[in-house]
Design a protein around this ligand. Structure first.
Ligand SMILES: Nc1nc2c(c(=O)[nH]1)N[C@@H](CN(C=O)c1ccc(C(=O)N[C@@H](CCC(=O)O)C(=O)O)cc1)CN2
Length: 283
């Protein structure tokens, strides 16, 4: 068996065309969706992601501003920035690029964003709404994965889904979204006993561990759908996923590549939620 490759890049391109039309319609009603991205410090990967977000927003016709601040900025100063952006009607979405410098408590900062403008879906109100099955803003990576599963017509109801990783950004919201589609969901993590056996039960396996090539074919049930959220650098600096794709693709039914799998969908869903947030102005 050779797995079908689920291309986040292709789906992103399709959704971009739809979003461009949505933005044109909103502009005809005098609403220009606005996104502000706040970047603190000099992390080079973060700078790349922020640049990509800005580029994508511009392509779609979204008003996009990047506010850059020095590494030594204080928590209080950043809270004041958020307060100002919360009140600025030009912005329907506020995103604070993570990770923040260590001296700043990211939870405090994310909790200060107005939930309506929280296009990352990380605010406790938005997380809570997701948990009670009334989502309004959804973390972009798991949201993008759900769109990929839908696009590739993956049946979720009644399936065994195993999510490896329990972060607030990916693992927990991912499990919740799969549960909402009536999967039987297991969350596995670093303390899980016999991870390979647990993973091998999965019809849908979501891997967000952060360890390059850790998931070999021994973790995968034949025909399973395998979603690789990992973004790691190997010894040559090459981007690799958590899944050893060359051997897993011989066992899995579907597999997301790294790059061009889950990554592009994260940015796409950020744009999508910015547009949705702007649309709410019309209601
Ligand atoms: N506030 C947030 N911070 C961070 C998030 C987030 O969702 N919200 N996620 C990550 C970084 N990230 C977006 O911010 C992100 C990372 C990677 C990609 C992506 O498209 N990756 C490409 C490969 C890029 C490369 O070559 O390095 C791919 O997978 O094809 C998009 C978004 C942490 N911070």
């Amino acid at each position: 068996m050779v797995a079908t490759i689920m291309s986040g890049k292709l789906l992103s391109d399709e959704l971009n065309e739809e979003m461009k039309l949505e933005v044109i319609k909103l502009k005809e009603k005098n609403v220009t969706p606005g996104l502000v991205v706040v970047l603190v410090g000099e992390d080079s990967a973060s700078q790349t992601y922020v640049r990509n977000k800005e580029k994508r927003a511009n392509t779609l016709g979204i008003h996009s501003v990047v506010e850059k601040y020095p590494e030594k900025m204080t928590e209080m100063e950043l809270l004041r920035v958020i307060d100002r952006l919360n009140k600025d009607d030009h912005f329907h979405g506020i995103l604070v690029q993570l990770p923040l410098p260590k001296h700043i408590d990211s939870t405090k900062i994310l909790n200060a964003i107005r939930p309506e403008k929280d296009v990352d879906g990380f605010h406790p109100i938005n997380m809570g709404k997701l948990v009670i099955g009334q989502p309004e803003r959804i973390p972009c990576t798991p949201y993008g994965i759900m769109k990929l599963l839908q696009r590739y017509e993956i049946d979720i109801e009644g399936k065994n889904a195993v999510v490896i990783g329990r972060s607030n950004i990916v693992g927990k919201p991912m499990a919740q979204l799969l549960l909402m589609k009536n999967a039987t969901v297991t969350i596995a993590h670093s303390k899980t006993k016999n991870l390979a056996a647990v993973a091998k039960e999965a019809d849908i396996l979501i891997v967000a561990i952060g360890r390059g090539h850790m998931i070999t074919k021994d973790f995968v049930k034949p025909g399973a759908v395998v979603i690789d959220v990992g973004m790691n650098r190997d010894e040559n600096g090459k981007l690799i996923g958590d899944v050893k794709s060359d051997e897993v693709q011989e066992v899995a039914g579907h597999l997301t590549p790294v790059p061009k799998g889950v990554g592009p969908m994260t940015i796409t869903m950020l744009m999508y939620q910015t547009i949705e947030s702007a649309k709410e102005l019309l209601n």
